[in-house]
Design a protein around this ligand. Sequence first.
Ligand code: PLP
Length: 384
Amino acid sequence: MIYLDNNATTQVDPAVLEEMLPYLQEQYGNPSSAYSFGKRAANAVSKAREQVATLLKCDPSEILFTSCGTESDNSAIQSALLLDPDRKHLVTSKVEHSAIIRHGEALARRGYEVTWLDVDSEGLIDLDALRQAIREDTAIVSLMWANNETGVLFPIAEAAEICRSKGTLFHTDAVQAVGKIDIALENLPINLLSLSGHKLHAPKGVAALYVNRKTRFNAYLIGGGQENKRRGGTENTASIVGLGKAAELAAAAMEDENGRVRELRDRFEQGLLELVPSVQVNGHRTRRLPNTSNLAIEGIDSEGMLLLLDQRGVCCSAGSACTAGSLEPSHVLKAMGYSIDRARGSLRFSFSRFNTESEVAQVLEIIPRAVEKLRSMNRGFLAA
Ligand code: PLP
């Protein structure tokens, strides 16, 4: 198998698994227990908090562990809405992950007002439009750091500064950015930031929310006093330990490994652009994650392509999702103003440190053949 779908999820790093195993076996104490067996688990959770804080360059007390990126996103928004019930307006963008979009839509049905910022054809927002969208009653602005489909990076530092100057809370869904680009929260006026373990070689079902120490926070999950009373529920010790280790590895890999991943992605993308006629890159060419390549391939349908590539052991994602039998073009590519045909012919390839040069060489043989096959089938279909 050649796995080029690392924005969907990543392989658990063997070093992460090794670190977790004792907490799935003999070290099963509850971190809240008063005896030393419980304390050992509590210490492991504390160490993980420090490792995540080191990666983000913030204070460990600003990290709270959650169950997934979706929970982090939902908690951030809900906390802001509870802080000031008179603020019933939110600002976000049209290209967010469903963890923000569906939540925003649900809030709109409950009487909140949501401003959905547009993006241009390169996938970027207009900061003036953001400035104009913020009102006296805006509870929170939520903008993703990196887009999961195109990898495009929003100007988060500038957006956060605009929100700070207007006295509005700012949340960023950094689920795709953390571990892939350098993030230094100590220098940024960001109130809340979401990340998710399974995007950076930790297991699924563990994530974190950064809450700036000066930002008031209302718990979303109310129960025991875990996570400094900010998130009820017995800690998922083993997975939290895994997330801590993954953060440590990501911090160590940031310079060398991410440079290598960028080289692999660029070699792949350049190769495909040279070998296959009528291919275009979706999204800004430089302001994007080093691991993501979203390509529009004329004359193919991405679902057919996924099947062909699957038969040859290549995993990647389509620019459309098959819902209820109809091919719904990606909301991200649609918001960028691309035609339905371009969205339907788009594929996302996303790399990680486990990909190799030999894999890139192999897919540069497999994909052009698959494109040619689909194109000739489609030509035959049209001629018939
Ligand atoms: N936000 C973004 C940008 C994502 O890509 C994802 C996952 O694909 C999520 C949020 C949700 O994260 P999780 O799967 O951990 O709930």
